[in-house]
Each structure stands twice: as C-alpha cells, then as structure tokens.
Design a protein around this ligand. Structure first.
Ligand SMILES: NC(=O)c1ccc[n+]([C@@H]2O[C@H](COP(=O)([O-])OP(=O)(O)OC[C@H]3O[C@@H](n4cnc5c(N)ncnc54)[C@H](OP(=O)(O)O)[C@@H]3O)[C@@H](O)[C@H]2O)c1
Length: 334
C-alpha cells in the first residue's frame, strides 16, 4: 500500500480508502452488518487505514458499523466522516426527500444541506458517539449550502479542532472558489469529489486547485459504483432499493459499452497481473492532483482486492494506452 499526506495535517493516509456508504444499506438495497465489519477488518489488515463514512449513510448505520469494527483498533485508522446533510430540522437548503430503504423517490425524511455552527456542534457529538471514539481524524463538510457563510462554518470547525474533537478539516462537493474561501478562513486539508475514468468533468477544477495548493483530493465513486470492475454482467439484477436499478449508466446497453472499454484495457491489465477494479484504482490515483481513491466495498473479498490496487504503479506508457482507450470508447458511455 502507498500512503500520502492528507494536506498539511501531518496525517498519512492510504491511497486507497474504504468507502462505507453502501454498508449503511440506504440507496444500495440493504446491507449485511456482519459482512461489512469483516470487510473493514480485511481492509485494515491489508494496510488500508483510511475509512470514509458519513451520518447520512443509513442515517447513522454506517457510522455505527464502523464504530463496532474499529473498537480496539482505533490507533490503526484514519477516521473520516462528514457533517452538513441533516434530517432533524428544516434549516439550510432543502436537498431531497427519502425514506430509510429507498433512493430519492420521496419519503418522510426531508434532507437539508446545512452547515450552521450549532448544527455542526450537535452533529459532531452524534458522530463521535456512533463511532465510539473521542476524535475524528478528518471532518468534512458533505455538501455546500447557501444559508451559512463559509467563514462561519470554518470558525465552528476550527473550534472543534482546538477542542481536540477533530484533527483535520475537509470539504466535499465544493467548487474551487469555495475551497479558496475555506482556505482563506483556516487550514483546509482535503477535498472530496466525484472522480473516476467515467466521471472526469466535475472534478477538473478541483484537481487543479488541490495540486496547486497542497490539498489532498479524495476521489469518490472511482469504480463508477462497480461498473468498472468488469463484474457487472448483463444478467446482474439490482434490488429495487438499489439506486443503480434506476440509472441509465447501468442499462444493459451501457454495460456492453463499458465491457468494450475494458477489453481495450486488456494489455495493461495483463501486464500488471491485476483485475479491472485494481487497474481502475491505480489509474485514479495516478491522475494529477488526485491523492486518494475512496472505494466502496461490502465484503472482505472486495476490500482485500481493492487494497491491492494501491500497490500498482502505472508507467507513462500504461497511462497513455488507458487514456487512448478512454478517448475511443468513453464518449459513447453514459
Ligand atoms: N462525498 C460524497 O458526496 C460522496 C458521494 C458518493 C460516495 N462517496 C464516498 O465514496 C465511497 C465510494 O463510492 P461508491 O461506494 O459510491 O462507489 P464505488 O467505490 O465506485 O463502487 C462501490 C461498489 O462497487 C462494487 N465493488 C467494489 N469493489 C469491487 C470488487 N473488487 N469486485 C466487484 N465489485 C466491487 C460494490 O458493489 P456491490 O456492493 O453491489 O457488490 C461496491 O458497493 C463511498 O462509499 C463514500 O465513502 C462520497
């Protein structure tokens, strides 16, 4: 496993981090707690010290699973969670409605984006309790909102840092301009954004910002939610509560286009003796500005395999072949 700094925090985190959204079950068609805990243990055993969670992942369930899994192993973990997606009030920007089992089809939970100081102070206590710890290593604002000045949000986060409740501050789903505002108000150590072979546009400005300012960049959904593993064949059926069941990206036609793309990767895959998930992960953390990839897994087998992606180093020739395949096949892929 390779390790890289989380900005200027002094924390070294594995280039492959374990994403625990799916472990919360919500939007992923349910989950198996025991398998999730085994997956976290497998990740830690394989040198993956970075664990990323959030309160909204199963409305506390993912954080509680992580808390159970790291009990007795807290010192081996770079623990990252988030604040700012709330379901306990109506302050901030209304985001979407949901229920505990289903994606955004309406429901009795009204989700707001809110980063007010009082709300953050309440959220951090809830997360610390669920995670069974007294300090969060990386505390990230999950989504940005329009009702609180970034300076006020940052002041609350800096207070938490002074109190020793968090060690580093990050932002997620932020523009380069918003990152600049955070940096002007204090030390921002990381940015988290959608980024991967099939999702390059949204993060382009952020990657430049992070490369130029020494901020860590944590890519989320780098496997395109499993599609780039090469293991989502035409027969795979997703549960009704799994967001992928309703996405054009997971249509059978699109799966075939992705299969054509992966076939073009074959020479590089074979050269390194890896699978397509590992190859994709290695490509992701080789991109300028991208220091870490957060990869979701729900089983020990997936976690173990993905950790190996953090050991593969692609050379310029490999990257050129992969980029040429992406240029040829990428535009047809949804
Ligand atoms: N900040 C944000 O707004 C935000 C948004 C999205 C994600 N994230 C973070 O980023 C993390 C990763 O993103 P993600 O979970 O959306 O997507 P992802 O990492 O692209 O894909 C995860 C899914 O891919 C499949 N998979 C993973 N490894 C596999 C392997 N070796 N073989 C076969 N299938 C494999 C699994 O699907 P199955 O479970 O079906 O097997 C897994 O749930 C999240 O967990 C979360 O921590 C953050």
């Amino acid at each position: 496993m390779q390790y890289r700094p989380l900005g200027a925090s002094g924390i070294q985190a594995s280039v492959v981090g374990l994403g625990t959204w799916a472990m919360g079950g919500w939007m992923w068609g349910g989950s198996d707690d025991a398998a999730a805990i085994r997956a976290i243990h497998a990740a830690l055993d394989a040198g993956m010290n970075l664990l990323d969670t959030a309160p909204i992942y199963g409305f506390g369930r993912s954080e509680e699973i992580v808390g159970k899994a790291i009990a007795g192993r807290r010192d081996q973990v770079v623990l990252a969670t988030k604040c700012g997606l709330v379901w306990q009030g109506d302050q901030g920007d209304h985001f979407f409605d949901t229920d505990d089992d289903h994606p955004r089809q309406g429901g009795d939970r009204r989700i707001y984006r809110f980063l007010g100081p009082e709300s953050i102070r309440r959220e951090v206590e809830d997360s610390l309790r669920r995670l069974g710890t007294d300090v969060i290593d990386l505390y990230q604002t999950h989504w940005q909102e329009t009702t609180t000045a970034i300076e006020d949000t940052m002041a609350a986060l800096l207070d938490l840092k002074d109190q020793g409740k968090i060690r580093a501050i990050g932002a997620s789903n932020a523009t380069p301009e918003q990152l600049g505002k955070y940096a002007a108000a204090g030390q921002i150590d990381s940015d988290q954004e959608l980024f991967g072979m099939l999702d390059r546009a949204k993060a382009a400005g952020d990657l430049d910002y992070c490369a130029e300012h020494g901020v860590a960049f944590l890519a989320y959904s780098p496997l395109a939610q499993g599609l780039l593993t090469g293991k989502v064949g035409p027969d795979r059926v997703f549960e009704a509560g799994d967001q992928r069941s309703r996405k054009a990206r997971f249509s059978v036609e699109n799966r075939q286009r992705v299969a054509d793309l992966l076939a073009a990767f074959e020479p590089v895959r074979a050269k390194h003796g890896v699978d397509f998930a590992q190859l994709t992960i290695a490509w992701t953390v080789a991109q300028r500005g991208c220091s870490h990839a957060l990869v979701g897994a729900r089983t020990p087998e997936q976690a173990l395999a993905n950790a190996r992606g953090g050991e593969v180093v692609l050379d310029a020739e490999d990257l050129a072949l992969l980029d040429a395949a992406l240029a040829a096949h990428g535009p047809a892929i949804v």
